[in-house]
Design a protein around this ligand. Structure first.
Ligand SMILES: [Mg+2]
Length: 302
């Protein structure tokens, strides 16, 4: 015979979860502590600890690299075999063109050469930065400081005189000298060719690049190179032009479409009398699309 009625059984079963839930609630609130409850700090202290742990977790992680528009371009110049191969290929082709140019007294590479140049001594004109000199580590410095390109930063880097040589350049220049061809450098660096302590003069000598003070034409009032090409054309027959920027060959406008038209207009010159080194890091092409990242995005073609 049972002492508990059916109605009482149902009431007891229904009450069990309530008992367990109330036990759990009292544990969380400290009302019914386990033997390990001395590890469990008060609520405010727990919040402070959690915040501190969060701060520590954030500060302990390595700094995330910044998005950097020039990262791939600089890395490609510095580490890819393809860049070195392209530069070598360009200078080798230029060397072969030199032989043909020397044999043809009617050959000139400069539109500024309007005189009777047939009897003039031969010369080649090269740009310096990213044509003969590899300044990619200056780009690394710009990226690391995160302050963008500045004239002051560039001047300070030039003073360190630690540019490298673009692959193929030194061999080409020595081969030209051996053939009696005078290398001339037209650069928009601010430099003093007559000063042996000038950082550009020092770096040229350090890299074994053939150099003479009257053949280094530094930046003038403007960055346009036409006048300086004309000055060389007055005294030499210009066999080849070598550069990394369209303006190393002729004066060009900024507009992308205009530049493309001119590039096509000068089609016969590329790879015959004009030789271009790859420079994905900077150049007048960048000015034509705009330095602002949003403008660069807008300039992309689908
Ligand atoms: Mg250049």
């Amino acid at each position: 015979m049972s002492d508990i009625t059916t109605a009482e059984k149902e009431r007891l079963v229904a009450a069990r979860p309530l008992v367990r839930r109330s036990d759990a609630i009292s544990h969380r609130t400290g009302g019914n502590r386990s033997p390990l409850s001395f590890w469990y700090p008060p609520r405010m202290l727990r919040i402070v600890l959690l915040v501190l742990m969060g701060v520590f977790a954030v500060t302990a992680q390595p700094a995330a690299p910044r998005p950097e528009a020039n990262l791939n371009a600089t890395l490609w110049v510095q580490t890819s075999a393809e860049f070195g191969a392209l530069a070598t290929q360009t200078y080798r082709a230029a060397g072969m063109a030199l032989t043909a140019a020397l044999a043809d007294p009617h050959w000139t590479a400069a539109y500024e050469q309007t005189n009777d140049f047939r009897a003039l001594p031969p010369a080649v004109i090269l740009d310096l930065d990213e044509t003969v000199l590899d300044n990619s580590s200056a780009q690394v410095q710009v990226m690391r400081t995160g302050q963008g390109y500045t004239e002051e930063g560039w001047t300070a880097w030039v003073k360190e005189a630690r540019a490298g040589a673009v692959p193929g350049a030194v061999a080409f220049l020595h081969a030209a000298l051996l053939k009696g061809v005078a290398p001339h450098y037209i650069t928009n660096r601010v430099c003093n060719p007559a000063d042996a302590a000038d950082p550009t003069v020092k770096v040229l000598k350090h890299l074994g690049i053939p150099y003479a003070p009257d053949r280094l034409l530094c930046k003038t009032a403007g960055s346009n190179k036409t006048d300086r090409r004309s000055a060389v054309a007055g005294r030499f027959r210009i066999l080849l032009l070598i550069g990394d920027d369209f303006n190393d060959f002729t004066a060009v406008p900024d507009a992308v479409d205009e530049r493309t038209k001119l590039r096509k207009f000068y089609e016969p010159m590329w790879g015959t009398k004009w030789f271009v080194l790859p420079n994905p890091m900077y150049g007048s092409w960048e000015r034509s699309v705009g330095f602002d990242l949003a403008k660069k995005w807008n300039a992309l073609r689908p």
